[in-house]
Write a protein that binds this ligand. Structure first.
Ligand code: GCU
Length: 681
């Protein structure tokens, strides 16, 4: 059944007769030497793809001139590499890139997939299969692909007992009990899916880490996963607890400047690399939300990160040190804390440390301005952390395609080097070539049959991989590919559903947190509306702290007359946010406390605009439902029904958000619901 297990690697049968004819005649003979584990899995993927899509079992030929499809590293294709590309192009694609091209040899047209390495070949094969899955012409090919970031990593917030922090798709896929002896087919399919979009790393466990992960018993299990992933170019990483030397090492302290502690981590690193020679490194959440860290001992983030970096450096491992730090006891605006704590240490981290910064300064909200640390740390490697699991976006019941959210941040101009220094440019290391680069996505994967809980949530995993590979790609292109690969190439399906996907994030913002509102979700669950929450035990977990609604207006004043968080942005971004007239309306209440009668750009006053947004959000969900209902004959029954049910929950939830927020905020505005809108029930 089409239950979604195969993700975007469905390899649907191609039915367009003209296409089948062209593909089959070109691809019937293949030159492909498979000498390594990586090229072996690439070949398997190719042949199962061709069998599923075209009923074609390709004939392997031993000479390049006999093949219609030629696949091999530059070395393997030495005789013809000059026909394919110049040296400079081979240099540009590096270790992971690939070239797909038509060439003519002895009068016969061929498709060639080449790379410098076997992992490049694997990516090239997936890239080629994607062309077939999206039914692209294969006689005008000239594709040069290479990743713009080095570390493209999924962060699993999976606990050792198989619960998943903020996971909405069932239990953790890591079956620690059955490891290392039992390699679930899911692990292989997980690796295939990741490799198909260029993801090359996986942090297996929750950032709120359990120290036990570093015990030998677990390391043996981690090794089994690393072995299973290796052919797919995926390295494993672990989240580590800073107090591990105490918890599992019997030391009295975890002070990073203590020689015994340093030695403990060195020994532990040696042990890890004994089992996993290509182990990726550590992810660390320190001194945040109650986690231990170097500050526990009066030391700094740099002291802590560098100590771990020194233990990993001889083995070429990295430390991903998170900048998501905040503490209720710091009396200042929470949005400012990460910048305040990290900016002073710019240039003070070891070369194998990369600071992992969330896309925004609060916490994966439906909309946040980009994090001011991007642009503030020219001498420090920075990676971005996006959240694929929809903690604040309706879990796995709401259809929210996140590519537009990611792109809004990636495309934002930090002005770090004058105009044109986008967040993406910084992540790509364009402004400091010495730095290491990366992107992380908090995974939305669990053991649900369809992996992500919502059939459309798979698109967020896919989009993350595609953007980590190349942040320059458009949301439109990504949605288009994903729909075709996951469902079908029928334009009467692809076009309307693409529109649904592309609008879905704005729709969610409208019915949840329009105009720059944020963190007004239910306390702890972060699911439904909870703008009234003001008793969560700590100020920075309450909603009233963030929206600050009162009879005078609504919004968080982060300008120079307020918390002055705007000062963390560079000019002219700072000025644009500071000034009420130039602050983009989508961030209005993020930066300003605005009176209820303030005239917005639409001509409506703020109160009416807020009501309008909430109503528009709900109406957009209704149109999404109507469009989906027309798709019954175009998709399989199982996923049709699943999405239909989920959309109806989403519709109810959107109404609940609207009614709750409008009625709650009305108690402050004391203004009537504008005409044309029904009074919420
Ligand atoms: C959010 C989330 C937590 C998570 C934290 C983090 O606050 O609610 O569950 O641990 O982010 O990123 O560390």
């Amino acid at each position: 059944a089409d239950n979604g297990y195969k993700l975007w690697l469905e390899y649907h049968k191609i039915t367009d007769a003209a296409k089948v004819k062209i593909y089959t005649s070109q691809l019937g003979t293949t030159f492909f030497q498979t000498k390594s584990a990586q090229s072996g899995v690439a070949y398997n993927e190719l042949s199962s793809g061709l069998i599923d899509m075209l009923n074609l079992k390709p004939v392997k030929v031993s000479s390049v001139k006999d093949g219609g499809l030629i696949i091999g590293t530059r070395n393997e294709l030495r005789d013809i590499d000059h026909v394919i590309a110049a040296d400079s192009l081979f240099e540009r694609i590096g270790n992971e890139g690939y070239i797909i091209k038509n060439i003519v040899i002895a009068g016969r047209k061929k498709v060639v997939v080449t790379a410098n390495t076997d992992i490049g070949i694997l990516y090239g094969v997936f890239g080629f299969l994607r062309l077939l899955e999206t039914q692209t012409d294969i006689n005008k090919l000239n594709i040069v692909e290479y990743p713009r970031t080095m570390y493209r990593i999924l962060d699993h917030w999976d606990n050792l007992n198989r619960t998943v922090e903020r996971g909405y798709a069932g239990a953790s896929i890591w079956n620690w009990h059955k490891l290392p002896g039992y390699i679930d087919q899911r692990y292989i399919d997980y690796a295939r899916a990741n490799a198909s979009v260029g993801i090359n790393g996986s942090v297996l466990n929750n950032v709120n880490a359990n120290a036990l992960i570093l015990t030998t018993d677990y390391l043996i299990k981690v090794k089994a996963l690393a072995d299973a992933f290796r052919p797919y170019g995926i390295k494993v990483y672990l989240s580590v607890k800073f107090s591990s030397p105490i918890e599992i090492g019997k030391l009295k302290t975890a002070d990073p400047l203590d020689p015994q502690v340093q030695q403990w981590w060195k020994d532990k690193a040696n042990e890890i690399y004994h089992y996993i020679p290509d182990f990726g490194g550590f992810l660390v959440k320190a001194n945040s939300e109650g986690q231990p860290g170097p500050q526990t001992y009066g030391r700094t983030h740099a002291d802590g990160a560098n100590m771990l970096a020194d233990a990993l450096a001889p083995h070429h491992g990295i430390v991903m040190w998170r900048a998501f730090v905040y503490d209720n006891n710091v009396p200042d605006d929470r949005a400012k804390q990460a910048y305040n704590e990290f900016k002073p240490f710019d240039g003070k981290f070891r070369p194998n440390v990369i600071i992992q910064v969330k896309n925004g300064a609060i916490d994966f909200q439906p909309r946040e301005p980009f994090h001011p640390l991007f642009g503030a740390m020219p001498n420090t490697s920075l990676m971005i952390e996006f959240q694929l699991t929809q903690e604040y976006l309706g879990f796995s019941t709401h259809l929210v395609f996140e590519a537009p959210l990611f792109k809004e941040c990636l495309d934002a101009d930090t002005y770090a080097m004058g105009k044109g220094a986008s967040v993406a440019n910084i992540l790509e290391g364009k402004y400091n070539r010495k730095l290491i680069t990366g992107m992380a996505g908090v995974a939305n994967i669990g053991s649900d049959i369809n992996w992500c809980g919502h059939p459309f949530a798979q698109a967020n995993w896919f989009a993350f991989g595609r953007l980590a590979w190349n942040p320059g790609q458009s949301s439109d292109k990504i949605a288009d590919e994903w729909l075709r690969m996951t469902f079908n190439n029928d334009l009467t399906f692809v076009k309307p559903m693409k529109r649904v996907m592309l609008q879905s994030r704005e729709t969610a913002v409208n019915y949840m947190t329009p105009l720059g509102l944020h963190h007004i979700m239910g306390v702890n669950t972060h699911y439904g509306p909870g703008p009234w929450v003001d008793d969560a035990g700590r100020a920075d977990w309450t909603a009233v702290y963030y929206h600050k609604a009162d009879s005078g207006g609504i919004g968080f004043n982060r300008t120079s007359t307020g918390s002055n968080a705007v000062s963390q942005y560079l000019i002219p971004v700072r000025d644009r946010f500071e000034n009420l007239n130039t602050c983009p309306e989508k961030y209005l209440l993020w930066f300003h406390h605005v009176k209820w009668t303030y005239p917005t750009k639409s001509g409506r006053n703020l109160w009416n605009e807020l009501v309008y947004r909430y109503y528009t959000g709900v109406d957009s969900v209704k149109s999404m439902q109507q469009i989906w209902n027309n798709m019954a004959s175009k998709v399989d029954a199982e996923r049709f029904t699943a999405v239909k049910q989920l959309m109806s929950i989403q519709y109810q939830e959107a109404q609940r958000w609207r009614d709750a927020c409008v009625l709650y905020f009305q108690t402050f505005s004391q203004l009537p619901i504008p005409p044309g809108y029904e009074t919420p029930a």
